[in-house]
Design a protein around this ligand. Structure first.
Ligand SMILES: C[S@@+](CC[C@H](N)C(=O)[O-])C[C@H]1O[C@@H](n2cnc3c(N)ncnc32)[C@H](O)[C@@H]1O
Length: 253
């Protein structure tokens, strides 16, 4: 049996003498030497282009849904109903705790800028969690300055208007009585079993990938203040190290 059908020509609609071959054509005195059949690459490109165009409506729909979702979220935040009419906000009962949490930022000079930026983010997380909490702690940043302050000035300008936080350039030992201080540090042999609402718990404001192992424990010993590690073993399964990031430390307390 003979097959008399023509071979499939998948060339695009436009001229077969495409720009890809234009240079060749010039060299060949204008004669169009484009191959008769579309190359694999051209075919892939065309299929992709078609898929992209076929999905145009779908993309439009998705964008619309995203906008709608954002609008609803904004309305919920502003306490508005679907028609945009303001409705009464549900009042949360706030019972501030007397417990103090201090982030000790005195290790600024030991950090690279990229780690200072991470610390900045962790502090922002702590701040916003505390603002939303029903039992917010008395939140302090001490020894605030150096790279951290410059980074906050540049990328977190609003920090000067932060509420319910004490941001201080002084060291915590100049702000609180030594007997009220407990340094939280994973190197302490003491395990914290109970929180004392009359105490101030200090978290090292340090992102060091544990390059400065034991630095906060040493500081607590040097200053003669209490220290304790969080009882992580009793609550969290950890693979090896028991060292948390600043914001995890605060949330655990
Ligand atoms: C990333 S760690 C810094 C580790 C640093 N090498 C040190 O000696 O503290 C940040 C801070 O989180 C707190 N932290 C982390 N893990 C802890 C744990 N298991 N118990 C108590 N505090 C912890 C400490 O205050 C610590 O300074």
């Amino acid at each position: 049996m003979t097959m008399d059908t023509e071979p499939l020509d998948l060339r695009p609609e436009r001229s077969k003498c495409t720009s890809e071959f234009a240079d060749n054509d010039k060299r060949n005195n204008g004669a169009c030497n484009a191959p008769e059949v579309m190359s694999k690459r051209q075919m892939k490109k065309m299929i992709k282009q078609k898929q992209w165009e076929d999905q145009r409506e779908l993309r439009k729909q998705k964008r619309k849904e995203k906008r709608q979702k954002k609008k609803l979220e904004r309305q919920a935040q502003l306490g508005q109903n679907v028609e945009g009419i303001a409705c009464k906000r549900v009042r949360r009962e706030i019972h501030p705790s007397t417990l103090h949490i201090i982030i000790d930022c005195s290790f600024d000079h030991l950090m690279l800028l990229q780690d200072v930026k991470k610390l900045n983010k962790q502090i922002r997380r702590c701040y916003s969690e505390n603002r939303r909490a029903t039992h917010p702690v008395q939140f302090y940043l001490t020894s605030h300055g150096g790279q951290l302050k410059s980074n906050m000035d540049e990328y977190d300008k609003g920090w000067i208007n932060w509420k319910d936080i004490h941001i201080n350039s002084q060291h915590y030992k100049d702000l609180m009585k030594s007997e009220d201080l407990v340094y939280l540090t994973s190197d302490s042999p003491e395990v914290l079993h109970e929180l004392d609402e009359t105490k101030a718990y200090i978290i090292g404001g340090l992102v060091d990938h544990n390059h400065h192992k034991g630095i906060t424990y040493k500081q607590a010993l040097d200053l003669g203040i209490r220290h304790a590690q969080l009882p992580l073993g009793s609550f969290v399964k950890m693979n090896s190290r028991k060292v948390l990031a600043v914001n995890h430390g605060k949330l655990s307390v």
